[in-house]
Every structure is written in structure tokens, then in C-alpha cells.
Design a protein around this ligand. Structure first.
Ligand code: NI
Length: 169
């Protein structure tokens, strides 16, 4: 297994739209393992393939305290979302150090292939519902800061570009 570099906002590659995974084969299994290792290493609860510059519909999630409940979603679709919305504080491995409120459906039902290529239905509320919606946005090229006001978003962009400049020095 190997760590993969995570793209940082405002990297334009984060806005590419991911294509469906064609086959759940050895290449995808390797990618899943590397993404899980990368997510755990970064102390994240979710990572989309888009964030590691692979533009295929694949997401890994683990919201457990023990970090031992990996959830793999391949070609996920949201098949139902509650009308009830909830405002949650979100963060993102591609926007480190930034947390802000985003309103999302408070419960969802998603359909996705698991690691073995079996189709599964996942019913989620709370943190898991937020996480699935956040990660699926990445597959559409959307980063959570795009839900914030233009003023906030520009401030975040400036801060991230300044950090990147400092780190490349
Ligand atoms: Ni994210």
C-alpha cells in the first residue's frame, strides 16, 4: 500500500467530473487500499478518488472512533434524500484547517457497489449522511467551500494559495 498526495483547493483538478468505474478489478482494489491508507494517515473520515487525482466514481469512508469500519462506495447514487435539511460543520482533507456550515439532507439512501462489486443499499443519517453527500460532491467536481458565500470562499482561496506558496519555498 502507498500514500497518495491529496490535491489541495483551489487546484482545478478538484473540479473534474469523475467517470463511472468500469470494472472492480485489481487496479481498483489497489486504489481502494491506497485511498484508505491515505485517509487514515490524514485523520480524515472520507476521501473521494477525485481528491487523489483519479477521476472515477469511488469513495472511501470511515466514521468509526476505532478507525476499523471502512466503507467503500463504487459508482454511488443517492436514491432517496429526506426533505429535512440539517446544518453541519464540515471540513475537507483538500481544504485543511477550514471548517464551516453546510446544509444537507439529514438522511439519505444510497446505492453503490462494494469492494467485491456487489450492489448494496446504504441508509444513512447523522455524520454518515453528511459524509456520503460531501464525498459524492467531490465526484461531481464540487468542494464544500462552493456552498459558502463568495466572500468566504475568496478568503479561503487566498489563505490556501498563501499556504501553498509558503510550503513551496
Ligand atoms: Ni472533502
Amino acid at each position: 500500500m502507498a500514500l497518495i498526495p491529496i490535491l489541495l483547493y483551489p487546484d482545478p483538478r478538484l473540479h473534474k467530473v469523475a467517470k463511472p468505474v468500469q470494472a472492480v478489478d485489481a487496479r481498483i482494489h489497489r486504489l481502494i487500499d491506497d485511498m484508505l491508507e491515505t485517509m487514515y494517515d490524514a485523520n480524515g473520515i472520507g476521501l473521494a478518488a477525485s481528491q487523489v487525482d483519479v477521476h472515477e466514481r469511488l469513495v472511501v469512508i470511515d466514521i468509526s472512533q476505532e478507525r476499523d469500519q471502512p466503507l467503500v462506495l463504487i459508482n454511488p447514487e443517492i436514491v432517496w434524500a429526506s426533505e429535512e435539511m440539517h446544518l453541519n460543520e464540515e471540513g475537507c482533507l483538500s481544504v485543511p484547517g477550514i471548517y464551516d456550515g453546510v446544509e444537507r439532507a439529514s438522511a439519505i439512501k444510497a446505492s453503490a457497489l462494494d469492494r467485491s462489486g456487489q450492489r448494496r443499499t446504504i441508509e444513512a443519517d447523522g455524520v454518515l449522511a453528511v459524509c456520503i453527500q460531501h464525498e459524492m460532491d467531490h465526484l461531481l467536481g464540487k468542494v464544500f467551500v462552493q456552498y459558502l458565500s463568495p466572500l468566504k470562499r475568496n478568503r479561503i482561496k487566498t489563505k490556501m494559495l498563501k499556504l501553498a506558496r509558503e510550503e513551496s519555498r
